[in-house]
Design a protein around this ligand. Structure first.
Ligand SMILES: N=c1c2ncn([C@@H]3O[C@H](COP(=O)(O)OP(=O)(O)OP(=O)(O)O)[C@@H](O)[C@H]3O)c2ncn1[C@@H]1O[C@H](COP(=O)(O)O)[C@@H](O)[C@H]1O
Length: 108
């Protein structure tokens, strides 16, 4: 692991290493064994819990639910063969382009 790796990269490595592990010993392995539909469902549930926390709960609850959401999103990426670096590269590609300009360009 590079000294520059972030907690997201470290968590992703842990998640990826759980593929094929014992589902009775690892929640991540259990998710992989249940398939992409179940993983996607969990991402949806945690998204809703995050927005409920944002709309009606405390910042601490937003942090907690966001961590759940990010963990489950990383499991989904791993199941799809998408690496964090792929997403970071896409974000970098978009840097400097206004979201409004990008949306208007799509209408042309
Ligand atoms: N960050 C997380 C993390 N965040 C949330 N969760 C788990 O996500 C689950 C969400 O709870 P829910 O009640 O929504 O889910 P559930 O009821 O068990 O599932 P369903 O009935 O909905 O199918 C809980 O079991 C949490 O413990 C996580 N499980 C694991 N990690 C990380 O993944 C690593 C590896 O974990 P294992 O794979 O379990 O070894 C851990 O060391 C952590 O760093």
């Amino acid at each position: 692991m590079s000294k520059d790796s972030t907690i997201v990269d470290q968590l992703y490595q842990t998640i990826a290493a759980r593929k094929g592990a014992d589902p009775t010993q690892s929640y991540t392995a259990k998710l992989f064994s249940r398939g992409r539909g179940k993983i996607a469902q969990k991402v949806g549930e945690e998204s809703v819990e995050t927005l409920v926390a944002a709309l009606s709960e405390t910042p601490e609850r937003v942090v907690s639910e966001s961590a759940d959401l990010l963990y489950h999103l990383l499991v989904l990426w791993a199941d799809c063969g998408v690496r964090p670096a792929d997403v970071w590269a896409e974000l970098e590609r978009r840097q400097g382009t206004s979201g409004i300009a990008e949306k208007n360009a799509r209408k042309e």
